[in-house]
Design a protein around this ligand. Structure first.
Ligand code: ADP
Length: 542
């Protein structure tokens, strides 16, 4: 730029000189130019004749000046020299002045411009530099921003995905990165996420399956760890001890209040002995089994050393109790007529008269009948107990059934002059033989425990999906102290009085059993000396 300026300025000075009127004016003009440039006029031999800085006599010959030499060689050009005047490097340019007013053929005008750093110029450039810098900065910012965004956005997404994995939410990252390494990490995270998701799903399934099985088991289970803590329980266990607390990690004594039971179980675990025993826990009987085992897992409190199982055997033990009572009662009830039969048969041969012999034979027949009817009732009960039924449920017309029962018992009723009346209608589904047994027993009792000329009223009716059958008599009635027990096996209100009637004490037990097996109910209202009313309810056939 300075070179171009030097050329342009030299030409401007040349034009000025060209229009000067005479030699003196030219010399004066050159001598008086401001000294921020150097300007001199020299002859073709390089002798300075005018100079704006030095007196011509003191000015050095410029023949050796490179711009002067370039001009003389016919190819004018700028050149850089060291300038004494500027005390720095300067750019010089020389040009021919062909002026007819001058003696010489031509003169040489040389102009020099300092190449020294121009602070004014720089200051002038500052705003431009600042603008350029700002533009560069803005462009750099925008560029680096997109660059960073491109690199960072997948990282942010990855961070979110990892946080989701932490929270248990597994999903695939559907982003692509331009950077191969970042893409590799994304792919790895996707594989990792799907593996974790599969494992967690599998574990969830396994856990749910185990919990489902455990909670649907009728047996209560407690697993005990090495340090005596409960590591597993199930719903049935919580039911056994009537609690809803989460007992995992607690001691056995937190769950089982019965100190003796805790000690028995703990002792068996301590001496590593498998035991099996029965115990009553809140009105129920359980078979408790302590099985020792060795399941080690990571830490002491996670392994299992023993499994305690609780099996509800209440019904089993009740049945066993009932059975043994039944056998005791049955043997006792059979023993009486059997002893009588034995006694009379021993007496029979020694009886003196035919009449006495006949009486003995009658007694033997009566007691044998009693035994037969006892055995018959016992068989019926045991059949019902074992739920052995001869026929399946069928539609039963209770009215028809009651009519037939009344006909069958007519002879008995006539003997006592008891009137039987039957009213109403009703149908149900059931086992006909068994329902017949119910009605027969009730009507039979109503006749048996009636007074002479008494009445028996059978009523059948339907009400709210239930069919009712009532058997009412105005006989001897049942005292309130006996009412709750008459359905028990072998329960007889008055043994003395009952000796006169065919009685086993099993009739109402059979009735109750059958009614319950048919999802029914039985109740009674009675007053001693006034009469009794039995009411049976069954689901109606309607
Ligand atoms: P049993 O074979 O002795 O009749 P049940 O079980 O049928 O046996 O009856 C039990 C007891 O209930 C009878 O011994 C009797 O004392 C009493 N009982 C049953 N039905 C009546 C009734 N209708 N009136 C009075 N007492 C009755």
């Amino acid at each position: 730029m300075v070179g171009e300026n030097a050329v342009r300025m030299t030409e401007v000075y040349k034009k000025q000189i060209d229009v000067m009127p005479d030699y003196v004016s030219i010399i004066n003009y050159v001598n008086n130019v401001e000294d921020n440039i150097s300007l001199c006029l020299a002859t073709e031999a390089g002798v300075v004749i005018a100079d704006n800085v030095y007196m011509p006599s003191q000015a050095a010959n410029i023949a050796s000046d490179p711009s002067f030499r370039a001009l003389m060689q016919g190819s004018p050009n700028t050149a850089i020299i060291h300038s004494k005047h500027f005390d720095s490097q300067a750019i010089v340019y020389s040009i021919r002045i062909e002026n007819p007013r001058l003696d010489n053929d031509f003169l040489v005008l040389r102009l020099g411009l300092s190449l020294h750093y121009d602070s004014g110029y720089f200051i002038m450039m500052i705003p431009i530099i600042i603008v350029v810098l700002l533009i560069v900065l803005a462009m750099t910012y925008a560029f680096t921003n997109t660059l960073i965004n491109n690199a960072i956005s997948p990282l942010t997404y990855m961070q979110k995905s990892l946080a989701d994995i932490n929270k248990g939410v597994y999903h695939q990252m559907d982003i692509k990165s331009k950077y191969r390494d970042v893409q590799k990490v994304i792919n790895e995270i996707n594989i990792f996420s799907s593996k974790i998701s599969n494992s967690v799903n599998y574990l969830n399934y396994e856990q749910k399956k185990s919990n489902f099985i455990l909670d649907n088991m009728s047996q209560g289970i407690i697993a005990i760890s090495n340090n005596g803590n409960v590591v597993l329980t199930n719903k049935a266990t919580l039911n056994v001890f009537g609690t809803t607390k989460n007992l995992l990690g607690c001691k056995l004594s937190n769950l089982v209040e019965d100190e003796e039971l805790v000690n028995k179980i703990s002792e068996a675990i301590e001496v590593r002995k498998n035991i099996l025993f029965e115990r009553e826990i809140s009105d129920k009987v359980y078979r408790i089994e302590v099985a020792n085992m060795e399941f080690e897992f990571q830490t002491e409190d996670k392994g299992i050393v023993a499994l305690v199982t609780f099996t509800d055997i209440t019904q089993e033990s009740q049945s066993a109790k009932i059975r043994s009572e039944f056998f005791a009662n049955a043997s006792h009830e059979l023993k009486t007529p059997l002893t009588a039969v034995k006694g009379f048969s021993e007496l029979l041969p020694s009886m003196p008269t035919e009449d006495a012999k006949l009486k003995c034979a009658e007694e033997i027949t009566k007691n044998t009948d009693k035994m037969l009817s006892l055995i018959d009732d016992m068989l019926k009960l045991s059949k019902i107990d074992a739920s052995v039924v001869d026929d399946d449920a069928e539609l039963i017309d209770l009215r028809k059934l009651a009519d037939t029962v009344a006909q069958n018992l007519e002879a008995l009723a006539i003997k006592k002059n008891v009137k039987i009346s039957i009213e109403g209608q009703g149908k149900m589904y059931g086992r006909k033989k068994q329902i017949d047994e119910v009605v027969t027993n009730l009507v039979d009792n109503a006749i048996k425990y009636n007074k002479q000329n008494g009445i028996v009223k059978v009523q059948i009716y339907d009400k709210n999906d239930t069919v009712f059958l009532t058997v009412e008599d105005n006989g001897i009635g049942i005292d309130s102290v006996h009412q709750s027990r008459i359905f028990e096996r072998f329960y007889i209100v008055d043994k003395g009085r009952n000796r006169k009637v065919q009685s086993t004490g099993l009739g109402l037990a059979i009735v109750k059993h059958i009614v319950l097996q048919h999802s029914g109910k039985i109740s009674l209202e009675s007053k001693a000396g006034k009469g009794t009313k039995f009411t049976v309810q069954f689901p109606s056939a309607k």
